[in-house]
Design a protein around this ligand. Structure first.
Ligand code: C5P
Ligand code: C5P
Length: 455
């Protein structure tokens, strides 16, 4: 029962009201529906859920994938909306044909810009909202934080999108919500609403099974390649082909096997004991009704597409298009090769409470998250007059008080913007302000963690 998600009956009632209004707003809309979503796995699965839902509802729609919902983008949408409304008003034959905007995995942090542009909008987000209301002006906002549900741990944007899709009975889309949650690293373990979605997916048999297995069986690649390209875990001692093949042969495992049987699994688990956490090696695999039948592998393919700038191919993968799946598998290998190279080459700089490095667009976030140990790590790359920053922490640091959302938001003082989640956040700042920005972030993180991290 969806009621089990909520802490009290009042929240459940408020949820019921807003979800019915969202359903009605979509159903009664006659004109174009523009879906704007984020380029990472959670954004792409959110977009795919919306596309499937709107297609089935016979709606006219258009999907855009963006790296970040900036003021400039929202202002452009505002101009588009105004022009569209003006031309409708000039045409007496057209009745209400305004554009409805659905923002997925973004919008709650940019709500003032959306309001200023008077957009008719639905926001389906899991980032901490600037305004804690479900409804105001022309906007309906579904966001777990409003119900006291943690959007960094218990549900992602694709989960929020699924809550809308399930109102129409589209329970098959639960597999995309779960894939999005894995992409946002909410699967260790799945909690709260994520668990509810898994149970629903299982009940309707779209999640076919959950099995304890070795992580390297998730991919349809020879085991040596699965080991080389896996970044969860990333094993520094085994970071090239030759080392991995020798290692596997030493333990009498055929490097070209795609699926390891129980005997191989046991051998490899023991062999890896000294260099990786057992919980990263033996994982819960979610087997889903999809051409890519492992939710983790699907999330990895989508992440590679999004980060390599071909999010539309990722949408095609989610929609099970064979050509897109082929391109995504090639892109995954290329992307992971880049990550491995960066991990070998990256030079880390250290301040009192943070570490940072200069990297490349598309890879800084993942590289930063792999490098986090005792201090949060910031990956930085140049774009035009800006530096773009991905900051990553871990559960241990968050338990000690780390909140990267707060730290990245100070980008506003340095000619840019920032936000995200306590454990993973991003920002952009004007290039000239980098030193001051880093110094300020270092101080904020120091205060959050209560003292300077011991070096
Ligand atoms: O916009 P969104 O919330 O989906 O982005 C969060 C990003 O942070 C994702 O790309 C996700 O993979 C990353 N992340 C991370 N480490 C975590 C949680 C999220 O790198 N512990
Ligand atoms: O780009 P990256 O993966 O590092 O983003 C991490 C999180 O920070 C995402 O949730 C993203 O939406 C958010 N972010 C933001 N403002 C920015 C850049 C990223 O809120 N300027």
């Amino acid at each position: 029962m969806v009621m089990s998600i909520f802490k009290n009956s009042n929240d459940f009632q408020r949820y019921n009201d807003i979800i019915k209004k969202i359903k009605e707003k979509i159903l009664s809309h006659n004109g174009l529906i523009r879906v704007i979503t984020h380029h990472d796995t959670d954004g792409l699965t959110s977009g795919a859920i919306m596309v499937k839902m709107l297609y089935r509802l016979n709606k006219e729609f258009h999907l855009s994938i963006v790296e970040y919902l900036s003021k400039e983008i929202i202002d452009k949408l505002g101009d588009e909306s105004k022009n569209n409304n003006n031309s409708n008003n000039n045409n007496s034959d057209t009745n209400s044909n305004n554009i409805l905007y659905i923002f997925c995995d973004m919008g709650s942090g940019q709500i003032n810009d959306i309001l200023n542009n008077k957009l008719d909008a639905i926001i389906l987000d899991h980032h901490p909202p600037v305004i804690n209301d479900l409804e105001f002006n022309n906007i309906l906002q579904l966001n777990p934080h409003i119900f006291g549900i943690n959007g960094a741990k218990e549900i992602t944007a694709s989960g929020v999108c699924y809550l809308v899709a399930r109102e129409f009975g589209f329970y098959d889309l639960s597999i995309l919500a779960i894939t999005g949650a894995i992409g946002d690293m909410q699967h260790k373990p799945f909690l709260g609403v994520n668990k509810f979605i898994i149970n629903e997916g299982r009940k309707y048999r779209y999640i076919i099974g959950i099995l304890k297995d070795i992580i390297y069986n998730c991919y349809d690649l020879p085991v040596w390649e699965s080991m080389l390209y896996s970044t969860q875990p990333y094993i520094r001692e085994l970071n090239d082909k030759e080392k991995i093949i020798n290692f596997l042969k030493k333990f009498d495992i055929d490097p070209n096997k795609t699926i390891l049987d129980e005997k191989d699994r046991e051998k490899l688990e023991i062999a890896l004991r000294s260099c990786a956490d057992k919980n990263d090696i033996i994982v819960d695999r979610y087997i889903i009704k999809h051409k890519i039948n492992d939710a983790y592998y699907l999330s990895e393919l989508l992440n590679a597409c999004g980060r390599e700038g071909i999010g539309s191919v990722g949408i095609g993968v989610a929609l099970e298009d064979d050509e897109c799946i082929k391109i995504a598998k090639e892109t995954y290998i290329r992307y992971k090769e880049e990550i491995i190279k960066e991990l070998k080459d990256t030079k880390i700089n250290s301040l009192n409470n943070i570490e940072y490095f200069f990297g490349k667009k598309g890879t800084t976030g993942l590289v930063a998250s792999i490098l986090v140990k005792d201090k949060p790590v910031l990956g930085i790359y140049e774009e035009g007059e800006y530096y773009k920053i991905s900051s990553r922490g871990n559960a241990n640091l968050v338990n000690r008080g780390l909140n990267l959302t707060v730290a990245m938001k100070i980008a506003e003082k340095y000619g840019g913007d920032g936000g995200g989640h306590n454990v993973a956040s991003g920002a952009r700042i004007l290039q000239t302000n980098l030193d001051d920005f880093l110094k300020n972030v270092d101080e904020i993180v120091g205060t959050q963690l209560g003292d300077n991290i011991k070096k």
